[in-house]
Ligand binder design. Structure first.
Ligand SMILES: Nc1ncnc2c1ncn2[C@@H]1O[C@H](COP(=O)(O)OP(=O)(O)OP(=O)(O)O)[C@@H](O)[C@H]1O
Ligand SMILES: [Mg+2]
Length: 377
């Protein structure tokens, strides 16, 4: 898949623009608060996901405007396609090739991307919910039926939890618990098996990227931690405890993805640069598996990825992205000079222009891989 162009109106601080990226590397550079992350976010929402910054739809509309409109032209499934998103009154309306879709989620499976942003460091630093969302979001892009199974599981879970709270006042309701157990087990076991299969692929690629980033000095291990190794048995055995607590104590909604560096917990022991390297390894591995599953290469969106990485890690990363269409933000374009050939785009006050840094006469920036980065105009 390749992004051909993005136009937008009244999206965050972005000026009405038509951004035509290169098929290879795209460096989006500019000072703080100019619109670099907003531009990546505008591309990302075409994957059918929510804002990776957790923003509400109403926050995506320029202050004071009634609604925002985004138009993406992309090449996928061997043809040029278009998608349009209109956001107004807290609602999102989506058109694919001119035809209105029932829900924004139906865009999943048309535009593929993986995103790294500093918020994703919570994947290592934060609690298990972050890691479950990573697995679930990746599987939703890869497996068409997964989102439906997941939402049915969560619906059944909240109904079971409501029942658990009612039982102490109406003990006769306890007899209906097995009905909800059966519903949870049916979808829960499918969720766990898909997540485990995903992690076993993920760990192969992520460990290899991580070994490259750390120049073989450290090894990353990833495995699935089930809160209830036998979900069906556990649900039945824990009826009394679940009633006492008023919620379902174990199951896929409490499971975790364990990340270890050299056999120690990454959450407890990894340094800032190591945490960033782990998240990057996970994201690049996700891109690889996404391509295996869909036959399409996702766009790789990297927001502020280079800070906290030493120059050896930066070089490894920038030299290993050449198979993807990459969008990378930074404040100083020299930081990303090792990125494979492509375009330099300056982001300033919401405007995006094809431009490299100011050059003295005759000066050309050349990366260590030999790529010339001059003015792309
Ligand atoms: N709905 C909105 N309407 C108008 N402006 C907005 C809206 N949402 C965010 N902004 C503004 O957009 C500006 C650019 O934000 P963005 O996060 O894209 O900056 P950035 O270039 O990535 O900066 P940094 O280098 O600090 O990460 C900010 O000043 C922010 O306040
Ligand atoms: Mg930013």
């Amino acid at each position: 898949m390749r992004i051909v162009s993005l136009s937008c109106r009244d999206y965050r601080n972005l000026a009405p623009l038509c951004f035509s990226p290169k098929p290879e590397g795209n460096v989006l550079w500019g000072q703080n608060a100019q619109g670099k992350t907003n531009l990546l976010e505008a591309l990302w929402i075409f994957t059918g996901g929510r804002s990776f910054r957790g923003a509400k739809d109403s926050e995506l509309v320029r202050h004071g405007a009634a609604g925002a409109r985004l138009l993406l032209s992309f090449y996928s499934e061997e043809r040029e396609q278009s998608a349009e998103i209109r956001i107004a009154g807290g609602r999102r309306q989506v058109l694919l090739n001119g035809i209105a879709l029932h829900s924004p989620g139906e865009l999943v499976g048309h535009v593929y991307a993986v995103i790294f942003s500093p918020e994703h460091l919570a994947l290592v630093r934060g609690g298990p919910a972050n890691r479950r969302s990573f697995m679930d979001a990746a599987l939703c892009q890869m497996k068409p039926g997964y989102a439906g199974i997941l939402s049915r599981y969560h619906r059944a879970l909240s109904q079971r939890n409501a029942l658990l709270k009612d039982i102490p006042r109406h003990w006769e309701l306890e007899d209906t618990l097995p009905i909800w157990d059966a519903r949870l087990v049916q979808d829960g076991e499918r969720i766990v098996s898909q997540r485990k299969a995903f992690l076993s692929r993920l760990s192969v690629f992520a460990s290899s990227v991580y070994a490259g980033l750390s120049h073989g000095a450290e090894s990353l291990q990833i495995f699935y931690h089930a809160s209830a190794p036998n979900f069906a048995d556990n649900l039945q055995k824990e009826h009394k405890q679940d009633i006492r607590q008023g919620f379902t104590g174990a199951g896929p909604h409490r499971d975790d993805m364990v990340l270890q560096l050299n056999d120690s917990s990454a959450r407890s022991y990894a340094s800032q640069g190591q945490k960033r390297s782990i998240v990057l390894a996970l994201k690049l591995a996700e891109a690889h598996i996404l391509e295996e599953c869909t036959g399409e290469k996702p766009a790789v969106l990297l927001d502020d990825v280079l800070s906290e990485l030493d120059s050896a890690r930066q070089d490894y990363l920038l030299n290993h992205l050449s198979q993807y269409q990459v969008f990378i933000t930074c404040c100083e374009p020299q930081q990303a000079m090792n990125l494979h050939s492509g375009g330099l785009f300056r982001v300033e006050n919401g405007m995006v222009t094809a431009a490299g840094p100011e050059k003295r006469k005759g000066e050309v920036y050349v990366s260590s891989s030999g790529t010339e980065h001059g003015d792309t105009k």
